[in-house]
Each structure stands twice: as C-alpha cells, then as structure tokens.
Design a protein around this ligand. Structure first.
Ligand code: KIV
Length: 273
C-alpha cells in the first residue's frame, strides 16, 4: 500500500471536525522540507506539522527553544510548496507569542503571509489566552498544545509524563475547554495518561490529536525522523517505528564510499563518451 486514500480534496479544519464527528481517526506527522513533505502528502497524511522539533531533528539542538521565527518560516515555505492535500500547521516558536499578544499576532501573520500555511500551533492554556484571542481575531486558525509542552521544558525539568496528579489533570481539562471556547480548531495532547486523553476527547467537540496520549483521542501525531527510524537516539514508549532508515541510509552511503574508493563508480555506462 503506497497511499491510504484516493481522496485528493484539500483537508480543511472543517473536514477535521467532520472526521471527529464520524469517528474517523486523523493522521498527522511532522515535516520540515520539500522532498519529505511531498512523500508524506502523497501517502495520504491529513495534517502536516512544521514542528518546532525542527530545532532538534534538523538543527541538532537539545531543546525546541533555539529555533527562530525566521527559521520556522524557511522550513514552512519549503513544506508548503510540496503539499497539495494535507492541512499545513506551523508551530509558533518559543519567544514569538508568549509575552505579548501584539507580537504574537505579528508572528502568526508573518507565518500565514510568508509561507501560505493553513494554521498555526501554540503551546499553553490560560497563560496565553490573550495571544490566542488576538490571533483568532485576525482570522488565523489555531491548534493548541497541552500536556508536555516542550517549550516549557525548563519549567518542567523533565520529559516525564504530565498531568498524572489530580491538580495538573484538572488544569489541563480546564485549559482544553478554554481553548475550545476561544475558537481553536484542535488541540495536540502530549505525553499524558490515556484515560485523561479519553476524557478530554469525549468532553470536547474539536479534534484532540495525541502523541503519547493513548488510543482514545481523535488522531495521532509523531515526529517524522522518529517514526521512520532516522533518529535512533529517542525511544519513548509511545513511539512506533515504521522503518529503520538510519541503517538503510548509512549502508547506502557506505556502499557509495566504497565504490568511489575502489574505482567501481562511475563505470562506463555512468560516463559520457
Ligand atoms: O514540534 C513538534 O514536532 C510537535 C509535535 C511533537 C506535536 O509539536
């Protein structure tokens, strides 16, 4: 099977809502460049996220904090050019929306204007209410992100499962309702107990997309480099690897090196007369 669906209609936020209503699970994966986004889109992905995980998997940083708005725009422009069907969501990077709702709307407008993305994603609940309201009032669709929000890793101090205690779980439920009431079209729930994911997905009408949030939520998202096995340094419980591209690519490159060294490449057919 090379593609899941023959339906080539563009995915919209409205279609995601309809998918939740009829119980069809939503697929979402990250991408950061033209070539990979093209493959992912052709395979039938519903949502492509230009995630700030680019900071880790593309730039080699240990957290998502260093990636800049300019860099996110550059990644998103490349992805957008490749995608015909999927909804393209772009992360607002750390520092571009938290402190100041005016700056937040300017950051979101730059992403929409300069990349042609369909929506932005931002981390947090009540703390970013003003920014969420202002961006939505500019007509920009927002996907929320609750639970383990990697931009707050310095506050958490650990990548362990969030909202295991009653107080944090209660706050997450309240934040999810707040984001829905404000007008967000969906929410990513990261690394929380499956029962809490189920509760939130049942209480809200908008789609809840999980990463380490169990199977009862309305869809799943993974980081492309993790699920394709390009990045092997990261093995959380929630990750299912669908390929081992790290070894496939390393072996292909090693064979090329050997062929060059042994003068096997190029041969006569690979040369011009
Ligand atoms: O940046 C990212 O890749 C994300 C996903 C983990 C949801 O936010």
């Amino acid at each position: 099977m090379s593609t899941y669906t023959e339906d080539t209609r563009k995915v919209t936020t409205q279609r995601l809502l309809e998918m939740k209503q009829r119980g069809e699970k939503i697929s979402m994966l990250t991408a950061y460049d033209y070539s990979m986004a093209s493959i992912i889109d052709k395979a039938g992905m519903d949502v492509i996220l230009v995630g700030d995980s680019a900071s880790n998997v593309m730039a080699g940083h240990t957290t998502t904090l260093p990636v800049t708005l300019e860099q996110m725009i550059w990644y998103a422009q490349a992805v957008r050019k490749a995608v015909k069907r999927a909804l393209v969501v772009v992360d607002l990077p750390f520092g571009s929306y938290q402190g100041n709702s005016k700056e937040a709307v300017c950051s979101a407008i730059r992403i929409m204007k300069e990349t042609g993305a369909d929506a932005v994603k931002m981390e947090g609940g009540k703390e970013i209410k003003e920014s969420v309201e202002r961006i939505l009032s500019a007509g920009i669709p927002i996907m929320g992100h609750l639970g383990l929000t990697p931009q707050s890793i310095n506050k958490f101090g650990t990548y362990a499962v969030r909202a295991k205690d009653q107080a944090e779980a209660q706050k997450l439920v309240e934040d999810a309702h707040l984001l829905e009431d404000l007008g967000c079209f969906g929410i990513v729930l990261e690394k929380i107990p499956a029962a809490l994911g189920k509760q939130v997905a049942e209480e809200l009408s908008i789609p809840l997309i999980g990463i380490g949030a169990g199977g009862w939520v309305d869809g799943q998202v993974l980081v492309m480099h993790d699920m394709l096995g390009i990045n092997q340094a990261f093995s959380p419980r929630f990750l299912r690897r669908y390929a081992n591209l790290h070894d496939v690519m390393r072996d292909a490159v090693a064979r090329y090196v050997q062929d060059v060294k042994t003068k096997d490449f190029p041969n006569e057919q690979e040369s011009y007369s």
